[in-house]
Design a protein around this ligand. Sequence first.
Ligand SMILES: *Cc1c(COP(=O)(O)O)cnc(C)c1O
Length: 391
Amino acid sequence: MNKMDISYIINELAEDRENYYHAIAPPIIQSSNFAFKTVDEMRNAFADEYSTYLYSRGLNPTVDILRKKLAALDNAEDCLVFNSGAAAIFAAVLANVKSGDHIVSVNKPYTWAQKMFNEILPRFGVTTSYIDGRDIENFERAILPNTTVIYLESPNSWNYFIQDLKAVADLAAAENIVTIIDNSYCTPLYQKPIDFGIDLTLQSATKYIGGHSDTVAGVLSGSKKMMERIFNSEYMNIGSGISPFNAWLLIRGLRTLPMRLERITHTTLRVIQYLNQHPQVESVLFPFDESFPQYHLAKKQMTGACGLLTFIIKAEKIEQVEKFCNSLQHILMAVSWGGHESLIIPKCSGIPAKYFKAENKDHRMLRLYVGLEEPEYLIADLEQAFRKINS
Ligand SMILES: *Cc1c(COP(=O)(O)O)cnc(C)c1O
């Protein structure tokens, strides 16, 4: 497949403006259904809904503009857009397992992927083994005769553990196993898993694609054959396609995606420089930091790293971690990331306070998302919060 210019993809691809009065912004075709002139046309539509506008649980023209752009960014033949990243994960996995099958997943994938593996799929006789994906031998050892799916998340969005995508894709292809990756951290701008031979790449578009913390959505890209199969079953059956309005918001988000990532990348490096020299910081985890154990692999398969990093704060008591977070005045305490606003999540918010152990580094982890603010503004906020820890 020919690689298209990113400016063309974002500004022109799939925008047939003659069809809508040469409007610059595409229309939101907010219609649930589409009419036919003849019985024969209707018959053809029923026979092949994947290529006809019939009903908006299936195809919709506004959503199609977005699909074409996102597939091109992924270097994929096709993509489907869901009303959440979790729905994209669910459809991708469900489409490739049946009762009795086995999945190999990297340790600690996204929470709701884990819940699906641990709680939903076992009810239908599908089991999952978790492995440390940093070593290819762990994949080789975990594969069973009934393994049909390898599930990756690279980098992971807390510890940034990375898998060698080419090595995993080659191994899986030899064993006829479908590879799926959660590429939310990088977006297709900073990592194109399909170029390494991965079958299905997905991302939460809620994050960088939307970019404004106002839309929940997910993208799944792959071969036309696979996408058509998923469209005709899981996608239509679960009914979790994105709405035309949310698709329109994502098209709008895409217009500024490259410049937002560029800006965030730059600001993140400044914030990391600041954190790395801070006496109250034990260490910083970030895939493009030279101290990162998998730095070379990160550089080999990713063309960038954006605004998500984790730092380990020095503290003897949970109160100190809490004091730091509670003292932030501009950086908001909230889940998610990829929007305009900087965010923080203390790992200790996920455990009962009485279980906090200062010896456990993980309990002192803070995940910071660097947004579109000025670097000085964020650094000043962090600095005043650090000063309050021991006051
Ligand atoms: C947010 C997120 C998801 C889930 O996406 P939603 O749009 O929230 O459903 C999946 N994977 C990762 C890594 C995420 O950060």
